[in-house]
Design a protein around this ligand. Structure first.
Ligand code: BES
Ligand code: ZN
Length: 466
């Protein structure tokens, strides 16, 4: 069984506590990318990453964008023939609201039961930071790295990575690399390290429904003037059929079925519907008929309402016929669905089903392509060995329902394969109150990330020799 590099092991033992303290400082910065009032905090988080990199011996640059800055750290002294690894992560976080549901403050990291609670602890500051500490271990102990490394940290992942694709296009020469590693996902279960083989994509739209030119008395006008809240509800109800399939014309046209061996692998994973029901506190699951829960989550596209607003929502009753209603609707996509195509299909569907008496304005908010890995090559072999070394068992191959839009861009623009090795856990509350990362996974993640560098250097060299 592979093991973590013996020269680095004592450094980790001696520095685990300091690493966690530094992570806490990172987590205290409320770098909420969606909120303009947090723009300075996003800059502060970018500076934190940049300083962390220069302190360990990287050069680093903070590059402004029309949104939040991008940090690029570089270390390129690995010598002739050494490959280049790009480490990607994001320093931005989701809004912490509703604040009153947090047991301890969202931006005051707190350890309880071996978990580090804070917004961004797992998504993605903790998982980005553990890579920086792994690089530090190498540089502190050996004064060198076995591969060239580029660290790319962005601040807009949680709002659709608006400016990253153009940045990759523009800087593709500087960002040229042999592989990309990303830790921004979860392990299948505690103690079971995982390599992620697929991500869903996303098409996100807003529907604004307008009825009368102003709110009306629901007694004086109700029954004669069309109610935009009801119209929206009916419109949303047309989006699924009775079997839980998305009932939008052409929606499934570009879906490429997952290969049988991938689905067979999924069926071997120990998964229980009951445990999921217990985890999220529901008495039944629902979805597209004819698929298992993991297939629904990892291999099938969906339509979800993310937000819904209309009429009077304050205390007590108000008899009003609202003039407006609004819904935020998103579609998770699978290969080879394209977010722009799906957005067009949705817009056509809504136009066709809009009841007379209201108008609907559609706005496409953002999107991202789905992705599926070709699980071969040096970086995947290196990832398997690094995870086994740190966690003491071979990783499983998983899929994922969430999206990291940039993954496809890395492959397309940089031509580099991507290894997704995440250290989150089920129930980690990403995007929700009381987000946490397992302190143990943070520690083991550092060791896996450090081992990955040695293993990648070796696997790359072996491939060159072959
Ligand atoms: N880290 C998540 C994506 C993720 C979650 C990957 C769980 C694997 C397991 C990421 O930060 C995220 O939440 N992405 C957004 C992307 C969207 C805003 C384009 C998502 O999936 O909603
Ligand atoms: Zn994330």
């Amino acid at each position: 069984m592979p093991s973590i590099p013996s020269d680095l092991a004592p450094w980790f033992t001696a520095n685990d506590a300091r690493a966690q303290d530094e992570l806490f400082a990172f987590l205290r910065i409320p770098s909420v990318s969606a909120r303009s009032e947090h723009k300075p905090d996003c800059v502060a988080a970018a500076e934190f990453v940049s300083n962390a990199l220069t302190r360990i011996g990287f050069t680093s640059e903070i590059i402004p964008t029309p949104g939040h800055p991008i940090v690029v750290g570089e270390w390129r002294n690995a010598g002739p023939g050494a490959p280049t690894l790009l480490v990607y992560g994001h320093y931005d976080v989701q809004p912490a609201e509703p604040l009153e549901l947090w047991t301890s403050p969202a931006f005051e990291p707190t350890v309880r039961d071996g978990r580090i609670y804070a917004r961004g602890s797992v998504d993605d500051k903790g998982q980005l930071h553990l890579h920086i500490k792994a690089l530090e271990a190498h540089l502190a102990v050996r004064g060198t790295l076995p591969v060239n490394v580029i660290v790319l940290a962005e601040g807009e992942e949680e709002v659709g990575s608006e400016n990253l694709e153009a940045f990759l296009e523009r800087e593709h020469a500087r960002l040229a690399c042999d592989a990309v590693v990303i830790s921004d996902s979860t392990m299948f279960a505690p103690g079971i390290p995982s390599i992620l083989s697929s991500l869903r994509g996303l098409a996100y739209l807003q529907l604004d429904v307008q009825g009368a030119n102003g709110d009306l008395h629901s007694g004086m006008y109700g029954g004669a003037v069309v109610n935009p809240a009801m119209a929206l509800a009916r419109l949303l109800a047309t989006m699924h059929d009775a079997d839980g399939r998305v009932a939008i014309d052409g929606f499934y046209d570009d879906v490429r079925p997952f290969p049988d061996h991938v689905r067979a692998q999924m069926r071997e994973l120990p998964f229980s519907d009951e445990e999921l029901m217990h985890e999220v506190g529901v008495a039944a699951l629902g979805g597209e008929s004819g698929f298992t829960t993991l297939e629904r989550l990892w291999t099938r596209p969906t339509c979800e309402v993310n937000g819904l607003l209309s009429g009077y929502t304050g205390e007590g009753a108000k008899t009003v016929l609202p003039a407006l209603s609004m819904a935020k609707v998103s579609f998770r996509l699978v290969p080879d669905q394209h977010p722009d195509t799906i957005a067009q299909l949705v817009i056509a569907h809504v136009a066709k089903h809009t009841p007379a008496g209201v108008t609907v304005k559609m706005t496409a908010l953002h999107g991202g392509r789905p992705w599926r890995a070709d699980l071969r090559g040096p970086i995947i072999e290196a990832g398997k060995r690094a995870l086994e070394a740190a966690f003491g068992r071979e990783p499983v191959i998983t899929g994922e329902g969430g999206s990291i839009p940039v993954v496809g861009d890395f492959e397309r623009i940089l031509g580099a394969p991507v290894l997704l090795m995440g250290f989150g856990l089920p129930g980690e509350n990403a995007h929700a109150p009381n987000e946490w990362i397992s302190a143990e996974n943070y520690r083991l993640g550092m060791r896996a990330a450090a081992t990955l560098l040695d293993e990648f250097a070796r696997a790359h060299a072996a491939q060159q020799d072959a």
